[in-house]
Design a protein around this ligand. Structure first.
Ligand code: ATP
Length: 238
């Protein structure tokens, strides 16, 4: 098992944002967490990347207990997050943002990084066209691509993608999900948080449904997509 989250509880002061959640991600999978606004999806992602402290429960990565590991050490192990929203360094160029993604790598001065930049550019040709442009002047969709590209520059084993489709035009949404599938096909395990449940379930091997901080359902993406209650609650009833 690549990621094992067990009995996780996370608070904001007295607010219990997530309560006793347990889920796993196997090497090679795309696993999605879906749920309404405020269900606890972003909190879960931030806790796996170390940005929120754990009140109870454990997080193991590749067998190692990382529950209390500082966030800057996790990319070294192979966990990399593309955060919700734009999350780029707005005053830096595309190339500089991509360099930041590789900072934790021991091999950052080598050919491997140049190869990974080429891979990012082949996934997102738009970023290559704009490599010397300042991130803050690009569109929301382009900044989303840059956030994903930057996360990939860490050459992660586990990519945490928080709402990659947020705020994008419908045409771009399908494209972003195609790229998620392609990233996974190239060998990266993906944990995906999404409000676009239809696309997320279609792309995921397995899914967990979060409601007010708890996991209420789990199953394969296709089984949940075909489930009447899930359809009514998350797929607009169709
Ligand atoms: P969204 O899609 O809106 O980001 P989410 O499913 O990611 O929703 P979280 O952002 O994880 O949900 O929020 C879970 C709960 O924690 C909510 O009740 C929210 O109000 C609360 N919460 C989130 N961030 C904070 C914060 N910084 N301070 C206090 N409460 C917070």
């Amino acid at each position: 098992m690549l990621l094992e989250v067990n009995g996780l509880c996370v608070n904001y002061g007295r607010i219990e944002a997530i309560r006793d959640i347990t889920f796993t991600v196997e090497e090679g999978e795309v696993v999605t967490l879906i749920g309404a606004n405020g269900a606890g999806k972003t909190t879960t992602m931030k806790t796996v990347s170390g940005l929120r402290p754990v009140r109870a429960g454990t997080i193991r990565f590749d067998g190692q207990d990382i529950t209390h590991m500082p966030p800057h050490q996790r990319p070294v192990l192979g966990i990399s997050q593309s955060p919700e929203g734009r999350g780029c360094f707005p005053g830096m160029t595309v190339n500089e943002n991509l360099d930041m993604g590789a900072y934790a790598r021991k091999d950052r001065k080598t050919k491997a990084v140049a190869e990974d930049r080429d891979r990012v550019f082949s996934l997102f040709p738009r970023l290559q066209e704009r490599m010397n442009q300042t991130a803050g002047t690009m569109s929301g969709g382009e900044q989303q691509m840059l956030a994903m590209g930057r996360a990939l520059m860490a050459r992660p084993r586990l990519l945490l993608l928080d709402e990659p489709s947020m705020g994008l035009a419908p045409k771009l949404i399908a494209q972003i999900f195609d790229i998620v599938t392609e990233i996974n096909n190239q060998g990266t395990t993906v944990l995906l948080v999404e409000q676009n449940a239809a696309q997320a379930l279609k792309r995921a091997n397995r899914a967990y449904i979060l409601e007010t901080g708890e996991i209420v359902r789990e199953g394969t993406g296709s089984a949940l997509a075909a489930d009447d209650a899930v359809k009514a609650a998350y797929l607009g009833g169709d």
